[in-house]
Unconditional design. Structure first.
Length: 98
């Protein structure tokens, strides 16, 4: 899990191992347009979904149940929340959050 203590890091990279990875955003403010700004192996998230690299949604715990945003809706993520993303392949991939 990648976490920062309220300091804007600008961008960060995370290795997505096969299966689920929990991530937190590298910013103290909400991040929007992540569907196009975040990259997995240089593909935007929608392209990575189409390629079968990752699942089609980002998940988080809302206090009662798991909730999700479909990646195609260009979700906004918030600081201090943990988000789950699934690597559907059998090899590692690099997620660059910016």
């Amino acid at each position: 899990m990648l976490m920062y203590d309220g300091i804007s890091a600008g961008s960060a990279t995370v290795t997505l191992k096969p299966g689920w990875t929990m991530i937190a955003i590298p910013s103290s403010a909400n991040m929007s347009n992540i569907g196009t700004l975040w990259k997995i192996d240089e593909l935007n998230l929608a392209e990575a979904v189409s390629a079968g690299t990752i699942g089609g949604s980002i998940y988080w715990w809302n206090g009662a149940t798991y909730d999700f945003w479909p990646i195609g809706t260009n979700p906004q993520v918030q600081p201090w929340k943990g988000y789950w993303i699934v690597n559907q392949s059998t090899s590692d991939h690099i997620l660059k959050m910016q």
